[in-house]
Design a protein around this ligand. Sequence first.
Ligand SMILES: [Zn+2]
Length: 74
Amino acid sequence: MEHNQNYYDDRKYCESCNAYVHYLMSIDHSFCVECGSTVRLFSKDDWQAFNEELKQRRPKGGRPRKNGRGKESA
Ligand SMILES: [Zn+2]
């Protein structure tokens, strides 16, 4: 079975175009082929959804913190 996973691979979100667009890659950024703006991997909404999903997957447990007691120097 082949997953069509590269749907988002060849498109990124351009805020100027307000759409997923084809893009040109450079070292640090990708650029919209339509308007030349930098594109991002997700739209804000999708990014939020993505982050929410991550949060749900990864239960957030704070790191155990020592109470700064018992540290008595002289
Ligand atoms: Zn654009």
